[in-house]
Ligand binder design. Structure first.
Ligand SMILES: [Fe+2]
Length: 579
């Protein structure tokens, strides 16, 4: 009534319109007729909550991360407002998922126990409302044959009356809202049903929109991830990098807790964990599976994929892995990796995040990824073979040059070994190690341009001969001058006789201006020269050679590299190798 008076006061001249409004307002105000101040305050609070709900909704819909959690928040906020507006103490929102209705929001005693709980589609009043797509009011559930007391008894919830309405979107029922026990032991009325139906209409629209948005974002994210992963996988020719990236890809693409890659050992036919990311890596790597053993072994042996959402009850599951790793596998997607018509490994995603189950779509994504991984592994393998062939050719070339000088037989092999030992104690990146190895093999290849009279001379060289001999780094650089891929190696070859204090040749480079690989080779080269016989002197022993390197640290050699050399010596990795 108070609403009516305010409306009339604001339009004193428009009597007709005012009367009309009076009628409309009275008609609209009918549900509230007879309400006290407290009821009106409650309605005002409820309206404020509606406004808040709109804000929550807008925020959720704006959020790019809307997903299951976002939809659940929306349902929970709606339910609070619904209960407030209808003056009801408890209620739930159930959504249709597969063969069940699932409790997704709930208020009332022990309501948390209800969340995610499935209810058969034909059970109780919620089931009837879902199947018939119609609202339903039960004034006294104990006299209602449609009511199922199962859940109420379990939760010891004293259900008296219920009102339930369907959530309908695009001509389909997608869920049910049920509210229980009108406050003050009052019965539900027609007005309550109308309000609930209106709110249900709005909620169904919002939920459908949120789910659609969530689905589009998920598809867009999956496509972007697939493209990104494909680019990353194809950007590397390094075998270990490709394997690591494959694991990261399967974990991220399938939203799994962990991923792993097992490869088939060509000699034994066993499967071994090549890379396993996460804390358990060391323990996982101990596991080897016989072909056919465990789920991965089954996948490899049968060349078939596996999507298993209850791994613990699968007879193929290799329980020993769980004991070794102390890691509980809940569910898994596992697909073979095929190359040239045979299975070369298995890619696995383990435990879908958020307690969810893997889907057929996950399996499909894993298949696509395994094909990309197979190509990337094959490319990396071919590249490694090519590089090995190239390295062997370089070694053969260097050995041919070395043959000219009988006193330096085996020199290259030893310089390579010593250089790699120093590099290991510096933790050089893999690519640098490869360059170092190649440069160590080829470092003296320029000696091919040195005259026999100088190279093979059995006495000390005179001034001119020394000058001619000092041309070999430049000759070596020139020989490889036309090979673009050898650019970094050329620089190392040129600088392997430079000295830390700038007194070396050919450029007199100083300190860190000398490439690090050349600084390493310089130490290895000298250590070998001291420990082998030369035309004009006998070989010195290991200790003398080590002391000589130490003595020249900071003058001829980089002190940090000499320290790494000493660490390699202490570790027994620098021994005098017989050529
Ligand atoms: Fe040299």
């Amino acid at each position: 009534m108070a609403n009516t008076k305010v409306t009339l006061k604001r339009s004193p001249k428009k009597t007709t319109v005012g009367h009309a409004r009076k009628k409309i307002v009275r008609k609209k105000a009918a549900p509230g007729a007879g309400k006290g101040l407290n009821d009106m305050r409650t309605e005002l609070t409820a309206l404020k909550k509606m406004v808040l709900l709109q804000k929550v909704k807008q925020e959720l819909l704006r959020s790019r991360e809307i997903g299951h959690a976002g939809v659940d928040t929306l349902l929970a906020e709606y339910l609070k407002v619904i209960l407030n507006l209808t003056g009801t103490s408890a209620g739930s929102i159930l959504m249709h998922e597969g063969d069940h209705l699932v409790f997704r929001a709930s208020v009332g005693r022990d309501s948390k126990k209800l969340i995610t709980r499935p209810l058969p589609l034909d059970e109780g009043i919620a089931g009837w409302v879902f199947e018939n797509g119609k609202s339903y009011m039960s004034a006294d559930v104990f006299r209602d044959p449609r009511w199922s007391s199962r859940i109420s008894s379990e939760l010891r919830f004293p259900t008296k009356n219920i009102m339930a309405v369907p959530l309908r979107s695009a001509e389909k029922t997608i869920g049910v809202i049920e509210i229980i026990n009108k406050k003050g032991r009052r019965p539900f009325r027609r007005e309550d049903r109308e309000m609930l139906e209106t709110l249900a209409g709005q909620l169904a629209l919002d939920v459908s929109y949120a789910m659609l948005l969530s689905e589009s974002l998920r598809v867009a994210h999956r496509r972007a991830t697939q493209m990104e992963l494909s680019m990353v996988l194809n950007s590397s020719l390094n075998q270990r990098q490709v394997r690591t990236q494959a694991i990261e890809a399967v974990t991220s693409l399938l939203d799994a807790e962990v991923g792993s890659l097992l490869l088939v050992d060509e000699k034994t036919g066993d499967l071994f964990f090549e890379v396993a990311l996460g804390e358990k890596e060391a323990r996982v790597k101990q596991i080897r599976l016989k072909m056919g053993e465990g789920i991965a072994g089954w996948v490899a042996a049968n060349d078939q994929p596996a999507l298993i959402n209850d791994v613990q009850n699968d007879p193929r599951y290799f329980r020993k892995a769980q004991t070794i790793t102390d890691f509980v596998t809940r569910n898994m997607v596992c697909v073979p990796i095929r190359s040239k018509g045979r299975v070369i490994g298995v890619l696995q995603a383990i435990n879908k995040n958020g307690g969810e189950l893997f889907t057929e779509e996950d399996l499909e994504n894993c298949w696509t990824l395994s094909n990309q991984v197979a190509i990337a592994l094959e490319n990396a393998h071919l590249y490694a073979e090519l590089r090995e062939t190239f390295l062997n050719t370089a070694e053969a070339l260097a050995a041919a040059v070395e043959k000219r000088d009988p006193y330096t037989g085996g020199h290259i092999k030893r310089v390579v070994e010593y250089s790699m030992a120093i590099a290991r104690h510096l933790s050089l990146p893999l690519n640098d190690m490869e360059d170092l190895r190649l440069a160590a093999v080829l470092h003296d290849i320029g000696k091919i341009g040195i005259k026999d009279s100088v190279l093979l001379k059995q006495a000390r060289l005179d001034h001119d001969e020394v000058a001619h001999m000092r041309e070999h780094p430049l000759v070596g650089e020139d020989i490889l001058g036309h090979i673009e891929q050898m650019k970094s190696v050329r620089k190392i070859m040129r600088s392997h006789h430079e000295k830390w204090d700038g007194s070396g040749y050919p450029d007199g480079l100083k300190g860190e201006n000398i490439p690090i690989h050349a600084r390493i080779i310089a130490i290895a080269d000298t250590f070998d020269a001291i420990t082998t016989d030369r035309p004009y002197r006998k070989a010195a022993d290991w200790n003398t050679a080590v002391q000589e390197i130490k003595r020249c640290s900071g003058r001829d050699y980089d002190p940090l590299l000499v320290e790494a050399f000493m660490r390699a010596c202490d570790a027994g990795e620098v021994t005098i190798i017989q050529g």
